[in-house]
Design a binder for this molecule. Structure first.
Ligand SMILES: Cc1ncc(C[n+]2csc(CCOP(=O)(O)OP(=O)(O)O)c2C)c(N)n1
Length: 277
């Protein structure tokens, strides 16, 4: 049996890519390309929107439509695209800094609107591109370039945030689990309403080396060991979960999304206008 490579969605001449050895962004790109191919996504009717950061460079590699936006604002641009032309498939790729730190407010409101977008947040636990500063997902005990003696802040659970705000679909895995990542991206891409896939990823250059994971592969293996399929994770009392996080599909609902609700409002407004002089 031959597997999809997704190569037809990759721009010519872009390899080798720009990310560090051991970074998970290339794995996420591979999963996305394969998901596009397996779902037969149209190159002209798919728009990949990115913010700024190492993860935000991903749109450079694609032959789909792409929009490279400002830091933390990718979801706002994507919302405009989807509201204007609901026929387009809109996929938003962000780092944890981009998506839920500087971009936290846009993230909450995109999930609240349940707008029909797929957001993929690559969570490498810090601001990779600018030197490894703490982000809203850096764990409390972690050392980053701005928290040299530990992080006094608490971290966000991105999936719980999306669930609480109203997203229809929420999933998480790691870039160690490349095939699962592709499958979860496919589910998210076919889901109506706001869908989120969180890809836990190593950042050996910035995060790993400051947190006693000096080998290039060490953070990848640490994430692998922390990942726990959601059914198992839910069966354990909180006291036994330790630092493990749940993976797989965490939320799957069918609430109406923004575009459906907006179409109803539009129909009412048009009907109202037609009876008035
Ligand atoms: C408004 C604004 N503030 C700050 C920056 C500087 N900046 C560029 S990338 C980045 C961090 C990106 O981190 P993250 O989103 O986690 O992505 P990663 O690089 O880790 O993939 C920052 C702070 C910017 N470009 N624009």
């Amino acid at each position: 049996m031959s597997h999809a490579t997704g190569i037809s969605y990759l721009k010519d001449g872009v390899l080798p890519h720009m990310w560090c050895a051991g970074c998970g962004i290339g794995t996420m790109l591979g999963a996305l390309l394969r998901a596009f191919e397996e779902l037969g996504f149209s190159k002209t009717e798919t728009v990949v929107v990115t913010g700024i950061g190492c993860t935000g460079k991903l749109d450079d590699y694609l032959v789909t439509n792409a929009l490279h936006t400002t830091h933390g604002r990718a979801l706002a641009y994507a919302t405009g695209i989807k509201a204007f032309n609901p026929r387009l498939k809109v996929v938003v790729i962000m780092g944890d800094g981009d998506g839920v730190t500087i971009g936290g407010n846009h993230f909450i409101h995109a999930a609240r609107r349940n707008i029909d977008l797929t957001a993929i947040v690559l969570n490498n636990l810090n601001y990779g591109m600018t030197g490894g500063q703490a982000s809203a997902t850096s764990p409390g005990a972690s050392v980053t370039s701005t928290t040299r003696y530990g992080n006094p802040e608490r971290d966000f659970d991105i999936c719980a945030l999306a669930q609480a705000a109203g997203a229809n679909y929420v999933a998480r895995t790691t870039t160690y689990h490349g095939w699962e990542l592709k499958e979860l991206i496919k589910q998210a891409l076919t889901k109506k309403g706001f869908s989120l896939v969180e890809a836990m990823s190593p950042c050996p250059t910035q995060y790993g080396r400051r947190n006693e994971m000096k080998e290039t592969s060490a953070m990848l293996h640490a994430l692998r060991d922390q990942a726990m399929p959601v059914a198992h994770w839910r069966s354990l009392p909180e006291s036994q979960r330790g630092n493990r996080f749940a993976t797989g599909t965490l939320v799957d609902r069918t609430e109406p999304g923004f575009n459906e609700r907006y179409a109803l409002v539009q129909a009412r407004a048009i009907a109202d206008a037609s009876v008035k002089p």
